[in-house]
Structure formats: C-alpha cells, structure tokens
Write a protein that binds this ligand. Structure first.
Ligand code: SAH
Length: 351
C-alpha cells in the first residue's frame, strides 16, 4: 500500500482540480464532471459520494471503488478563559493526532494549523519536537483543520498561519498542494495574502519557495543574532549558517516584494542582551522585514525562562532605533497551552 492511501484507494481531497480532471477523464467521463465533483468535495464538503446528487449512481460507485474522502475528527477542544482562543486536538484517519489553534480577532478568525505529526527539527525550546516526527500530513489533513474549525464555529476563517506542529518546508510538496486547495475559488477561497508560512530556516526550500512567486507571508524563526547562539538552541543552524539564511531571506524579499517576518523568542540570559539586539539590528539592516518578539513560552520539559518585561521593551527599542519595525507578540491561549511552541502531537495537553 502506498503511503497515505487506504486499501489502495486514493485520497480524493488531496487532488488538485487538474489532477481530478485527468483521473475523471481516464474513467471516460466528460471534463465538466470533475468540476462538479470538486464542487461537492470542496464547496459543499460532502463526506460521501452518495450525496453527489448530480452524479450518476454508476459513477458514484466507480468513484467509491477508486477513491476515498478522508475525514478528520475533533477529538478534544479547549477554550481559553483568558482570551477565547480555542485549541483543537484533531484525530486523523490512522489515529495520529495534531493540534490546531483558533485565534479570534476583531478583523476575523485566524487558524494556526499543523503541517506534520511531530517534528524532526529539534529546536530546544519547542514542545512540538519532543516526541520526534511521526509522519507528514497530507494536503487534505491540513485542509481539514481549516474546514473542520470553520464548521465547528459556524463562521468563515479569514487567515491561516502554518505555525502549528511541524516544519512546513520539510513537507514541501504537500504544503504547496494545500495552499493551492485552500486558496482555490471553489472551497475555502482564502487568498495567499492572508496566509503566513513559518520556517525554522531550510535555506534550499526558501529558495524554491521564492521561485514559486506566491503572495504569502514568509515568517522565519530566527531566535538568535549569530551562529554561536543559534547553534545552542536550533540544530538546523548546523546545516545552514545565519549568513546563508539571511542571504536566502534577502533574495526572497527582493524576488517577491514581500516583507519577511522574523520571529525571535526572547530567552532569559540566552539571546536577550542589549548587545544581542544591536547585533540583530546589524544583521537585518536594509532587509525588507519586521521582527516579532515572543517572550519564550514555558514548556515543562525545557528549562528556559522568559525575558522580563523591561528588557523586552529595551530590546524592542534598540531594534526600532536602528530602523527595524518590531512588535511584541500577544500571548494567546496561555491557560490551555496553545501559545507558540506549546503544541504537541499527543494528547498531553491535559492541564
Ligand atoms: N517549524 C516552523 C513552524 C513552527 S511555528 C518554525 O520553526 O517556524 C512556531 C513558532 O513558535 C516558531 O517561530 C517557533 O520557533 C516558535 N516557538 C517554539 N517554541 C517556542 C516557545 N517555547 N516560546 C515561544 N516561541 C516558540
């Protein structure tokens, strides 16, 4: 059995419209049928071929023998009493679980989705990588986190951030397909300008993404102003140096005209001194970017502590004085372990 296929059937929700057209043509059906089926799947979101009322019973049976419609289920849901943030534990068809987070803002609903079951990047401050990587998520499993959440709240999702469990660029092809499906006019229809993809810095993949010329926002988890500090907390920096990473970011900003968002988790005594701020400002000088400071969130297996409020403000002002737009990220869902770096692939969120 090919990975991701159940009983030799193909996951029909992960197919692009183009691919579906080819598959439907191979069954001897006219091309417009593929459009009808795509509409049932992505606009009407049916869970069964028998519900496709403008498709003949014969074709329904053929579809059923060749394809399956995957379904992901909400296994658990926690609502923050502090800010209304919701954390979902989604169960996938093979029993794996991933978490997604719904953040409710005045301007709309943002869903933070997972792209892998687990993660193999090994960042020292992050809970998502503690149990390693189990497997990549399929496009339909990323899509299901968006559509499942929209269905649960009965409202439209306006923004997506690929900032949950996993490294999106380590699951590159499936993530690109997901972006195609979620932004398609038939379906969630969420424009790429409303989507952010966060990476710990896989340089070759950032270069590949630049060549796609997508209008999405690239976020880069930097977390250090130099290799010496970055190597203490982020194993990926042994493969790609900061110099190579910043080169890829400059090329990305130049090539797409899109501003890069750098994430910087402030860890007490590790990367939060005035000198670190000045070095960071020099590193990013002249780059079309923005820095998002995140006082590090607590992960019980990790020993890191947050930078105090006063030093956070000093760090921010040093960057701003050097002309780098800088914000401090609001911490949402702290009481339900839904903040950055706190998501897990197991149901370890009991609090
Ligand atoms: N693998 C991708 C996507 C994860 S996004 C990436 O690394 O970018 C999750 C964001 O939260 C990343 O910026 C990550 O570095 C950050 N993060 C992880 N653990 C954290 C913690 N304990 N406190 C604050 N931010 C954290």
């Amino acid at each position: 059995m090919k990975s991701g296929e159940i009983l030799d059937k193909t996951d029909i929700l992960s197919l692009s419209l183009e691919e579906l057209k080819e598959q439907i043509a191979a069954l001897g059906e006219p091309a417009f049928r593929a459009g009808q089926i795509y509409d049932w799947l992505h606009a009407k979101q049916v869970g069964d071929f028998a519900q496709m009322s403008n498709i003949s019973h014969k074709l329904q049976a053929e579809l059923c023998s060749k394809f399956y419609i995957p379904c992901i289920k909400i296994k658990k849901k926690l609502v923050s009493s502090l800010d209304g943030t919701v954390k979902y534990l989604y169960e996938l068809a093979d029993g794996e679980c991933v978490e997604s987070v719904l953040m409710r803002y005045k301007h709309g609903n943002t869903v933070c989705i997972s792209t892998q079951a687990g993660c193999r990047m090994g960042c020292k401050f992050c809970a998502s990588t503690l149990a390693g990587l189990k497997r990549n998520l399929r496009p339909s499993e990323m899509l299901g986190q968006v559509t499942g959440t929209a269905l649960d709240i009965g409202e439209r999702v306006s923004n997506i951030v690929l900032m949950g469990i996993g490294e999106p660029l380590d699951n590159y092809d499936n993530v690109l397909r997901f972006l195609e499906l979620v932004s398609h006019k038939t379906g969630p229809n969420i424009g790429l300008r409303h989507i952010s993809l966060s990476t710990c810095g896989l340089v070759d993949k950032i270069d590949a993404l630049r060549r796609e010329k997508l209008q999405l926002t690239l976020s880069v988890s930097l977390h250090a102003p130099n290799d010496e500090i970055r190597r203490q907390t982020m194993p990926v920096s042994r493969k790609w140096s900061i110099r190579e990473l910043i080169r890829a970011c400059r090329d990305y900003a130049d090539g797409t005209g899109r501003r890069i968002s750098f994430e910087y988790a402030l860890i007490n005594g590790v990367n939060d001194s005035d000198a670190n701020a000045a070095e960071l400002a020099s590193l990013l000088s002249g780059l079309l970017c923005h820095v998002n400071l995140i006082p590090v969130n607590e992960v019980k297996e990790r020993g890191y502590t947050r930078t105090g409020q006063k030093q956070v403000e000093r760090f921010q002002s040093i960057l701003e004085r050097r002309g780098i737009p800088t914000t401090v990220r609001r911490r949402l869902g702290a009481d339900i372990n839904a903040a950055c770096g706190q998501l897990r692939r197991e149901d370890a969120s009991a609090i």
